[in-house]
Design a protein around this ligand. Structure first.
Ligand SMILES: NC(=O)c1ccc[n+]([C@@H]2O[C@H](COP(=O)([O-])OP(=O)(O)OC[C@H]3O[C@@H](n4cnc5c(N)ncnc54)[C@H](O)[C@@H]3O)[C@@H](O)[C@H]2O)c1
Ligand SMILES: [Zn+2]
Length: 680
């Protein structure tokens, strides 16, 4: 058997696979494979065709741009075809050098000739668009389609704020026809926010910004496109009439920017291979920090005249190349699913992966977000999954590659007990997240709890910062909050890089923190949903911690601004015996707050302003004032529209007249007493 007949079936198989995946990618915006995997198949086919030209078919995906007009869109015939770009997959510097050598060879430049000038730019990962401006007005926007014919998406594109509907400049000086080419993309933060919202609603999340942007542009209903946060960068030209294009590509981009089109600032004119290598390295270093995904950089011969001399091969210009970076999505095996307990007690299923090089680093753990999302994605241990790592976003498993499973694998089950501390795991009503109820008792939550407890607006413990908390918890010196107060100078001074003096300072800080307020103490406990303000309201309402700990959800709901979620969270916290124990131990350690605060009762006058005038039969002015304030009210010296009540006694003067004039209710002492009892 000859090599040809050997490879023919493989070539046919590759063509079929590539066609199938290109359809999913270009037509349905729903790829089933990472790009890197698609590229590998593509290159395998290219290699076979290069070695055996007789196996090349006219419909091979290597020979033309694949893509099709989706039903429902009006086809647009491109005046100038929208091509692909040859890809240099060697992600090392050699990729740039190879291109420069090819260009020099094709231009028949001698080794002594000066370096070729290139315009180096980013390769945005989105969807190509052709924007047609006639006399400065946007008249049509079209997708690339198969390169010859695209889809009319004008109405959708009009919803993208960054794309000018009218070019900048004097009407007479604007070109009769100017087609601008560029990329619609979605910023990473916009994409993350979109997915966060989907997750909160328990709905399907999007795979990556590229496909989300492409899907958003290719909506039949522009109202849907309008809801997606899309961005745009211009990078080239289509048909032009009545406008003298500048002699270089870089100057053309400047001209587009002057027309008011968004042009990316991360571009440079690079001289020769050396310049390209430097640009590739610089952008590679910057890649993670960019607010959007790029899959590489693009080098274009800068001189328009040289571009014309170089011309095109079937589907690509000879004067441009895309030089890739390591892919941000890769396939790997899911070896196990573990539960990680975060600092707020949130349980996150984490994928343990066969280590894989993705987005420039080796990844062996990736988040699966929550158990609902995990189920929706249908991933199970043993599956081949797609891992995405882009920028500083934590690596995630975005899905599985459809395929048979060798054996039955049970679905992942959410544990009912915290894997770290054994406390019960609960899900908030209506929420998607499961949490450990261990609170202060849970080691996973301990560091965060300690830092919060020591915070300036909580117990305000001077000298207890990040590093020390790490040392204390990792060294096993502290397992529960009360143990903080058992740390002596000797124990502390024994810590690495911690001197006698700092130890003494911290102990003094701890001592000082023992005198606090009920509200601060409550806030310091770190009960979910209980912020500073709620802590103050609770302290005022209940007066003492014992009453609070015993309060039912119904009683908690009586507190100003406390709704069902907050009330339930407080109840859940104190339902855990170890949390009650922590409170007891902290009080036993000497934490205390002034008595008068604890004596505060209910707040029938909360938010009310009263004015006192004249002499009351039994109460002195000061006594009345103290009673009103203890009930949460305020006493003011003058009557205004904001006054809720005027309390009038014998010989009341002008304040009473003012109250009548403004229609403010007037009470006597008995009326006041009744108000004070109102909440009993
Ligand atoms: N995952 C899959 O199943 C699947 C299937 C098909 C294709 N793909 C991916 O699609 C890509 C191949 O697509 P292609 O052949 O259409 O070409 P290409 O996307 O590699 O290159 C051409 C495109 O680059 C874009 N581009 C971005 N920045 C640019 C710039 N500064 N200047 C010029 N163009 C710029 C334009 O949209 C242009 O259409 C590969 O990355 C491949 O992995 C993936
Ligand atoms: Zn726990």
């Amino acid at each position: 058997m000859s090599a040809e007949t050997d490879l023919a079936p493989r070539a046919a198989e590759l063509r079929a696979q590539l066609h199938h995946h290109a359809h999913l990618y270009y037509v349905l915006d729903a790829p089933a494979l990472p790009d890197a995997e698609y590229d590998r198949l593509f290159q395998e086919l290219q290699a076979i065709e290069a070695a055996h030209p007789e196996l090349l078919t006219a419909d091979s995906p290597t020979q033309r741009v694949i893509g099709r007009v989706l039903d429902g869109f009006t086809p647009v015939r491109h005046a100038v075809p929208m091509l692909s770009i040859r890809t240099e997959t060697d992600t090392t510097a050699a990729g740039a050098t190879a291109f420069d050598e090819r260009v020099r060879r094709e231009l028949a430049l001698s080794p002594e000739a000066p370096p070729v000038a290139y315009n180096a730019e980013l390769k945005f990962d989105g969807l190509a668009l052709n924007l047609r401006y006639e006399h400065g007005v946007l008249v049509q926007a079209a997708t690339r389609g198969d390169g010859e014919t695209g889809e009319d998406v004008t109405q959708n594109i009009r919803t993208i704020g960054q794309i000018p509907l009218r070019l900048r400049g004097e009407a007479e000086s604007l070109p009769p026809v100017l087609e601008v080419r560029g990329e619609v993309y979605m910023r990473r933060d916009d994409f993350e926010r979109l997915n966060e919202r989907q997750r909160e609603k328990g709905e399907k999340t999007y795979i990556n910004p590229r496909n989300t942007a492409a899907g958003a542009v290719r909506q039949l209903d522009p109202a849907i496109t309008a809801q997606r946060p899309l961005s745009f960068y211009a990078y080239g030209l289509g048909e032009v009439q009545g406008w003298a294009q500048p002699p270089t590509h870089s100057a053309t981009l400047d001209a587009l920017a002057a027309f008011g089109l968004p042009v990316c600032a991360d571009r440079a004119v690079a001289l020769g291979a050396e310049g390209l290598v430097a640009f590739h390295a610089a952008m590679g270093a910057k890649r993670d920090a960019l607010p959007f995904d790029i899959d590489g950089v693009v080098y274009k011969v800068d001189s328009v005249e040289l571009q014309q001399r170089l011309g095109f091969v079937t589907r690509e210009p000879r004067w441009a190349v895309a030089h890739k970076y390591p892919a941000q999505e890769q396939l790997t095996r899911l070896n196990a699913i573990e539960i990680q307990v975060g600092r707020t007690g949130k349980l996150t299923p984490v994928a343990k992966l066969e280590p894989v090089f993705v987005g420039g680093t080796t990844v062996s753990n990736a988040t699966l977000h929550n158990v609902f999302e995990l189920r929706r994605k249908g991933v199970r241990v043993g599956d081949t999954v797609i891992v995405r790592r882009a920028g500083d976003v934590i690596p995630e498993v975005v899905g599985r590659v459809p395929g048979e499973r060798a054996a039955y694998v049970p679905n992942f089950r959410q544990p009912t007990a915290c894997p770290v501390c054994g406390s019960r795991v609960l899900r908030e009503k209506g929420g998607m997240d499961h949490r450990c109820t261990g609170g202060l008792f849970c080691a996973a939550q301990r560091k965060q709890a300690l830092l919060h407890f020591a915070g300036r607006r909580a117990m305000d413990i001077e000298g207890l910062g990040d590093k020390l908390v790490d040392q204390l918890v990792d060294g096993g010196l502290i397992r529960t909050l009360p143990e903080l107060y058992k740390l002596g100078v000797a124990k502390l001074a024994a810590l690495e890089r911690f001197g006698e003096k700092s130890a003494a300072n911290l102990v003094a800080g701890l001592e000082k923190s023992k005198t606090t307020t009920f509200a601060r103490f409550l806030y310091a406990l770190g009960i979910r949903q209980v912020g500073e303000t709620t802590a103050k309201d609770l302290a005022r309402h209940f007066g003492g911690i014992d009453r609070l700990m015993a309060a039912s959800v119904e009683e908690l709901l009586q507190v100003k601004d406390v709704g069902p979620i907050v009330a339930q969270s407080i109840r859940t916290f104190f339902d855990q015996p170890h949390n009650v124990e922590v409170v007891e131990q902290l009080r036993a350690a000497g934490i205390h707050w002034p008595e008068q605060e604890a004596a505060l009762g209910p707040q029938p006058l909360a938010g009310k302003t009263l004015v006192l005038t004249g002499t009351l039969p039994t109460l002195s002015r000061d006594e009345a004032k103290a009673l009103i304030e203890a009930a949460g009210g305020k006493v003011s010296g003058s009557v205004s529209k904001k006054t809720n009540f005027v309390v009038a006694g014998e010989e009341a003067g002008s304040k009473l007249d003012k109250a009548r004039e403004l229609g403010v209710p007037v009470l006597d002492e008995a009326g006041l007493q009744e108000l004070l009892r109102a909440d009993d």
